[in-house]
Design a protein around this ligand. Structure first.
Ligand SMILES: Nc1nc2c(ncn2[C@@H]2O[C@H](COP(=O)(O)OP(=O)(O)OP(=O)(O)O)[C@@H](O)[C@H]2O)c(=O)[nH]1
Ligand SMILES: [Mg+2]
Length: 839
């Protein structure tokens, strides 16, 4: 082993390192350096003597690939020794000789750099060390000083390398080390260094990066383990220099790096912890050696008292310098502490900002929810005000029930006003009662809607802050609940009757009869409001017949009989056009005459006899027979006219009545609900299914040969059958009585003579019997039996004892309807008594 190179001892005159620069080194190194000196020598001279060339230096370069040197000046990869002739430094050429970077020298370099750390030894030479301010002179000077010190120490170990060479070489090593860690990660790199073949199995690393790694691994001077030890502040592996084996002076990271590299900060944080322990140990050792050193000097008989005094003086100065160093270090730590605090407060501020941003998003979200709620309320209110859409048609919408969530609106507790068909009025239960409208736009029902108190409150709530709205809503809700409870109690005795059935089965006609029979009936204004409805019915009837005749004339084999007389065709076209208008004109005498002329056309009469395949209204005959009266200038519809008028029901209409009389004391009180029976209206029924005393199911038995208005491929009787089955299966009606009205018997009794029952699929097994009245009775009983069977087939065993009655009805026949309702009333009262255990 080459002692000179490996620092087995100091070079001659090395005691002169007992100069100020070396004194900035770690105490251990100082003790190493503080060998017996040749006192009184000129320090400069001594330093100069240190640069004396070593006979053992090698002037060859063997370094291979490297990272570019930032300076690019001196021989980057070779050590140089100082030529003897230039020892005095007079030669302007490079004072360093070329020297090979052997493994030992590189290890020594790493050990020395680790040992020196980032101390600003060289730089401190340039200014007053006691000045803390100057300590902050700058990173460059600090760096320069560091490399000077490293160079000097290398020199003392027999390696003549310039500060720049040391810096470049070390930077090369450091860059390789960092690049490897960057690509492979700290934990993995050491394994790959040990076994480079591992790299092949690392599929997550790109081929280019793998190439880089291989290149670095193949470099002669990687010294990964040593660099690891350097970075971790551990003992230098393979270092035989006991003085350099110990941990390096803790590094003080450049302040600028503090916030740039948090990982470094963390590492440094750990270093600091280790360093405290380490410096305590070193401090103890240093103190011991210092005492030994003092004892040695005092006991040294070769030293004169003056020399001893000089020694103490110098030592005092050293200690002073050390103190300044420590103070500087403390200040640096303080600085880092402030920086850390600044960093932390910045992060705190960022967190606060994020928190505020989060709060803002929550508020925005709440705001959007409130806006949606507001729109919802606006829509509800608009809907309640105007059930007609912009085209003037009634919207086929939901029930006009103004519920807020599950709450009922403000409900009047006083007895309800009598129901009036004209105008959609709020009923006692808050359901907006809608009169019927023709699609032709007899919009007599659009009344100026009055907002309930509740709605008004809802409107005004829009201007209030949300918490006020909430509390108002809560008060309102409580009030509503209270009223509902009161009303429920007050209405316990009221029986709920539900009119159900397919379209045109006669529900509304029954409903009208109830008004006529058990209420005040229609006043003049209401009767007048039916004028436009009846006129529209007339136009529609003649249009259906004329258009039907044309169609039959085109498609039927015996088509001539459907061909309208040529002089009636113009009238027919005109009336057909009027009939298709949304707003048909008032029926004048002139038009009525034309209609009568067309009606009497044999082709139209022939078509009327085939009305079952067209959608000819049941009351066509009635309308045509009363044309003259309808067209009078002061025409006021009669009760019969109103009963015959056809208006498709949309929504729900209700009425409260007592069959015996208007006094509640004289009989049961019923609340009757009429609904739309066409397919698109049925989805609204479900809202009314709760607490129904009795379902009155209307089935138009005359319709067994007709097709649905909504679907001309579906037989009306089959539709009724399926609908009745569905209603029977509803669990809500398990306890409800069923009153089946086999309606339109007047049409049925005429039809059965002409049209056999078995045209309907359901009645396929009908066997006609007798003639005249007997035939009718037989047919009726057959139909009735069919419905009975259907009832029992679709009632659960525990429901079969619910009241079920079948009534033969003609809704236009007032006496019959009255009689029927008395029977219904009796049945239901009896049922009540049975349920109450009184019968
Ligand atoms: N001849 C005759 N016509 C009836 C009878 N019952 C109802 N009508 C007529 O049949 C047509 C339809 O009757 P509506 O009471 O409107 O039928 P609806 O069941 O209310 O129909 P939707 O409202 O569509 O469900 C009207 O023109 C009534 O005059 C009846 O027993 N005999
Ligand atoms: Mg109706």
């Amino acid at each position: 082993m080459n002692n000179r190179i490996l620092g087995g001892g100091l070079l001659p005159g090395s005691a002169a390192v007992f100069d100020s620069s070396v004194n900035q080194l770690h105490p251990h190194f100082r003790s190493l350096a503080a060998a017996p000196s040749t006192a009184g020598l000129d320090p400069d001279h001594q330093i100069g003597s240190l640069f004396a060339p070593s006979s053992g230096t090698i002037a060859t370069s063997d370094d291979e690939d490297h990272f570019p040197s930032p300076a690019g000046d001196e021989n980057d990869h070779e050590c140089h020794s100082l030529p003897a002739s230039d020892a005095g430094g007079s030669n302007k050429a490079s004072p360093w000789q070329r020297m090979k970077w052997t493994d030992e020298i590189v290890r020594l370099l790493i050990s020395v750099v680790a040992y020196v750390g980032d101390h600003d030894d060289g730089a401190l030479e340039t200014f007053d060390r006691s000045s803390v301010a100057k300590w902050k002179y700058g990173a460059t000077l600090q760096k320069k000083g560091k490399w000077k010190t490293v160079s000097k120490l290398m020199l003392e170990k027999g390696c003549y390398v310039s500060p720049q060479q040391c810096e470049d070489k070390f930077n090369d090593l450091n860059k390789r080390y960092k690049r490897l860690n960057e690509i492979l990660g700290r934990g993995t790199t050491c394994h790959v260094v040990e076994n480079p073949l591992l790299l092949d199995s690392m599929h997550h690393i790109s081929p280019k990066s793998k190439d880089d790694v291989r290149k670095i691994l193949s470099s002669k001077h990687l010294f990964y383990r040593e660099m690891c030890a350097y970075h971790k502040g551990q003992k230098m592996p393979n270092s035989h220099d006991v003085n350099l084996q110990i941990c390096p002076v803790p590094k003080l990271a450049p302040p600028s790096s503090l916030m740039e590299d948090e990982e470094e900060d963390e590492a440094e944080g750990n270093d600091i912890g280790d360093h405290d322990e380490w410096s305590y140990e070193l401090g103890k050792k240093g103190f011991e050696s210092f005492r030994v050193e003092i004892d040695g000097v005092l006991r040294d008989t070769t030293k004169s008292p003056w020399e001893q005094w000089e020694w103490f003086k110098r030592r005092a100065l050293q200690l002073e310098e050390e103190r300044v160093d420590v103070e500087a270090e403390a200040l640096e730590l303080e600085k880092r502490h402030f920086k850390w605090q600044r960093f932390r407060s910045k992060k705190d501020w960022e967190l606060e900002r994020l928190r505020l941003e989060n709060d803002r998003l929550i508020l925005e979200n709440e705001c959007m929810i409130l806006q949606v709620r507001q729109k919802e309320l606006e829509l509800n209110i608009r809907w309640s005000r105007d059930p007609l859409d912009s085209a003037g048609r009634r919207m086929e919408g939901e029930l006009l029930i103004l519920w807020i969530g599950s709450r009922k609106p403000n409900l009047p507790s006083s007895p309800p006003p009598p129901y009036r068909v004209q105008g959609g009025r709020r009923s006692t239960t808050g359901i907006r009662a809608q009169g019927d409208l023709l699609s032709g736009g007899a919009s007599a029902l659009a009344d100026g809607a009055h907002l309930t108190q509740n709605e008004a409150i809802l409107c005004s709530n829009r201007q209030q802050p949300s918490n006020e709205v909430d509390s108002d809503e809560n008060i309102q809700a409580a009030e509503i609940d209270k009223r509902i409870a009161q009303e429920t109690k007050a209405e316990q005795h009221i029986h709920k009757l539900l009119l159900l059935g397919a379209g045109e089965s006669g529900k509304s006609t029954i409903f009208k009869q109830i008004r006529l029979l058990f209420q005040t009936g229609f006043d003049e204004a209401e009767l007048r409001s039916y004028t436009s409805v009846i006129h529209a019915n007339v136009y529609q009837t003649i249009k259906v017949l004329y258009d039907g005749a044309k169609e039959l004339a085109e498609n039927e084999p015996n088509s001539l009989k459907y061909v309208v007389r040529s002089d009636n065709k113009e009238i027919g076209e005109k009336l057909s056009e009027i009939g298709s208008r949304m707003n048909s004109p008032c029926l004048t005498k002139e038009i009525a005459k034309e209609i009568a002329t067309l009606w009497n056309d044999t082709a139209i009469q022939e078509t009327y006899s085939h009305g079952n395949i067209l959608q000819v209204p049941d009351c066509a005959q009635y309308f045509m027979e009363n044309l003259e009266r309808f067209s009078e200038v002061n025409y006021i519809p009669t009760k019969e006219d109103v009963l015959h008028a056809r208006v498709r029901t949309t929504g729900v209409v209700e009425i409260q009545f007592s069959p015996v009389g208007e006094s509640r004391k004289s009989g049961e009180v019923y609340r009757l609900y009429d609904v739309g029976g066409q397919r698109n209206e049925r989805r609204k029924w479900i809202h009314l299914f709760e607490g129904v005393t009795s379902v009155i199911f209307c089935a138009a038995i005359s319709e067994y040969d007709q097709m649905l208005f909504e679907d001309d491929t579906k037989n009306r009787m089959m539709e009724t059958k399926e609908l009745f089955e569905w209603v029977l299966k509803q669990s809500c009606f398990e306890k409800s009585s069923f009153m089946l009205f086999l309606n339109k018997f007047d049409i049925f009794e005429k039809k059965v003579h002409r049209v056999p029952l078995d045209v309907c699929e359901w009645f396929k097994d009908y066997q006609p019997m007798g003639s005249g009245k007997q035939e009718v009775e037989h047919a009726y009983e057959f139909v009735k039996k069919k419905f009975e069977e259907l009832y029992f087939q679709n009632s659960k065993p525990d429901c079969v004892d619910r009241a079920f009655k079948i009534y033969r009805t003609t809704a236009l026949d007032q006496k019959l309807v009255k009689k029927t309702f008395k029977l219904v009333d009796e049945t239901l009262r009896r049922r009540n008594l049975i349920e109450a255990g009184l019968l």
